[in-house]
Design a protein around this ligand. Structure first.
Ligand code: ATP
Ligand code: MG
Length: 551
């Protein structure tokens, strides 16, 4: 993939990179995707992944995967593995796998440099006091009494912090910048704090850990990143990013560029909040198909291609906006419309007995796996005396324009015969349990003589059908912007999962691989569940409806 010189770049970041290459500012583009391993990746991360890996690949550059692992309390190697797997699943391969913790020794040495230059000091104010001294947007901060501690004392104290002489929180290392800065991030930000927590990679080697802002810029520079792409909330942190790199002895100075984060309606894109949904068991796990995580989308049946297409369609801008769920759903619909094999499944079955069909006869009817793609081949679909149709494809009292089956009316069974309903059988509660029909033997692949039959419905042969559980998913939240709610769990959609336990599936799906995707004709797109489905109990997840019916 390369962007021809004469084509306009499609977003402002591509344009910056194009210019930098033209100006020979860089010969080779190096980007990184830097997740914190404190949860699973979500659709918001996909935007960042597609951007970082995408712009690198388009320009014959490279992109690293770097775990920003400086908060050991919340992080784990399991999360790191899940993240790496999901990046690969989305279709990207990193040049190198990095961890910020690999740089702990170098980060420490750079902090010593800052102290030696009189640009960092050890402070004994506690977290609350630091907040209080920091001032506000309208008033300047106050200098800590420790701000003018001697360089020698700072070096001594910092070494003893590392050696474990002090309690957690007793001291911090702060940059010495400007307590009156209009940018609060520049009011002597904390660079290191003491925290006795076991780290998933460095174990108990360290009892002090570097802060995100300090770590990120140096990690970028050590990796020779040319363009450090991040979301807009880091715009106010850019002066600190630059200050750190300007004041340590390091040659590389990546350019931080901010873009708008993805906000998707009716869901939440924050690992912390998604974690809460998992911990409080509002969902079955990080890979619950209702979750906007890559693992959840995959389990629901989303393809990597559809998610990449979504990221392309939403674009990359400097302006925050929230994207309608329909945009994402249209991407998977378009993809599956082209790629998913067709099959017949009846989700809520109603038994139909075809009285004039020979008792033991079975016809193997041929059906295309895809109407527009012959290469996907054909399959045999058995037809017999008893079939299931969808309960709502029959109406005793039909609403206006009802084109399906009614008493005394005809309908075509897709790919098979025209049938006519003569009688309705009900149970004691008055529920319809069975229809008695006849078929017209002269209508296989042919129009009936002398009359028009408009409706076509799907069906499965009762003796051949496979039983299945079908899970129908809906939006996880009832409001477009749950993230803005004080208690987002209060606006969960109580009907986000409907389980149908009596679905009947055509026999050819008996050997379907878990994870395979189908269009159940007239019903929607479905994926054979990878976790709960096994021989004897098929479980299908609805990926998306056939049309956008959500209102
Ligand atoms: P979360 O709040 O979900 O943990 P984060 O920004 O803290 O999100 P990181 O693991 O630090 O998560 O994110 C890795 C990269 O993904 C960062 O560069 C971040 O800017 C980007 N990113 C995270 N969420 C989004 C989003 N909604 N849209 C675009 N990029 C995102
Ligand atoms: Mg984070």
């Amino acid at each position: 993939m390369s962007t021809p010189e004469n084509l306009p770049a499609t977003n402002f970041i591509r344009q910056i990179i194009k210019n930098d290459l033209a100006d020979k500012k860089h010969h080779k583009i190096v980007t990184r995707f830097p997740p914190e391993p404190n949860g699973f990746l979500h659709i918001g991360h996909a935007k960042s992944i597609c951007l970082n890996f995408g712009v690198a690949a388009e320009n014959q550059g490279i992109c690293h995967l770097r775990f920003d692992d400086t908060n050991p309390e919340k992080e784990s190697e399991e999360y790191a593995q899940a993240i790496a797997r999901d990046v690969r699943w989305l279709g990207f391969e990193w040049a190198e796998l990095k961890y910020s913790s690999d740089y702990f020794t170098q980060l420490y040495a750079f902090a010593v440099q800052l102290i030696e230059k009189g640009l960092a000091y050890v402070d004994s104010l506690n977290a609350e006091q630091i907040r209080e001294y920091r001032g506000s947007l309208t008033e300047p901060g106050r200098e800590s009494p420790d701000r003018n501690r001697s360089i020698a004392d700072n070096l001594d104290l910092f070494a003893r912090m590392r050696d474990g002489e002090f309690a957690d929180g007793q001291y911090v290392l702060r940059a010495k910048i400007d307590m009156a800065s209009a940018n609060i991030n520049m009011r002597d930000p904390t660079l290191y704090r003491i925290r006795r927590v076991h780290h998933q990679r460095t174990g108990d080697d360290w009892c002090l850990y570097p802060m995100y802002d300090y770590t990120h810029c140096i990690s970028d520079a050590l990796e020779g990143i040319t363009h450090s792409l991040c979301t807009l909330e880091f715009e106010d942190h850019r002066p600190l990013y630059d200050w750190v790199l300007d004041n340590i002895d390091i040659a590389c100075h990546p350019q931080q560029i901010e873009f708008a984060r993805l906000v998707l309606e009716y869901t939440i894109v924050s690992k912390r909040k998604l974690n809460q949904l998992v911990v409080e068991q509002h969902v079955s796990g990080w890979d619950d198909p209702r979750m906007p995580t890559l693992a959840g989308l995959r389990r629901a049946g989303y393809t990597p291609a559809a998610i990449r297409e979504f990221c392309e369609r939403i674009g990359v801008t400097k302006k925050d906006s929230s994207i309608e769920m329909a945009v994402l759903e249209n991407c998977i619909r378009d993809d599956l419309n082209n790629t998913a094999a067709r099959a017949m499944a009846v989700l809520e079955p109603l038994k139909v007995v075809i009285e004039n069909y020979p008792d033991d006869q079975v016809e193997e009817l041929e059906a295309s796996n895809h109407p527009q793609n012959e290469a996907m081949g054909k399959r045999k679909v058995p037809f017999s005396k008893v079939v299931y149709i969808e309960q709502d494809d029959f109406a005793e009292v039909p609403p206006p324009k009802f084109k399906r089956l009614i008493t005394g009316g005809e309908v075509r069974l897709r790919g098979a015969y025209v049938i006519k309903c003569h009688a309705v059988i009900k149970n004691e509660q008055g529920k319809i349990t069975e229809l008695r029909c006849t078929y017209d033997a002269d209508t296989l692949g042919k129009k009936p003589e002398g009359r028009k039959v408009k409706g076509v419905i799907h069906w499965v042969s009762a003796t051949h059908a496979l039983n299945a559980e079908v899970r129908l998913y809906d939006r996880l939240f009832n409001v477009p912007n749950p993230g803005a709610e004080e208690d987002f769990c209060a606006v969960l959609n109580p009907n986000s999962l409907q389980i149908l336990t009596d679905a009947k599936i055509e026999a050819s799906l008996a050997t379907a691989e878990p994870g395979s995707r189908f269009q159940f004709e007239r019903v929607g797109y479905f994926c054979l569940d990878t976790e709960d489905s096994h021989a004897g109990k098929l479980v299908f997840n609805r990926t998306v409806t056939l049309r956008d019916t959500w209102a």
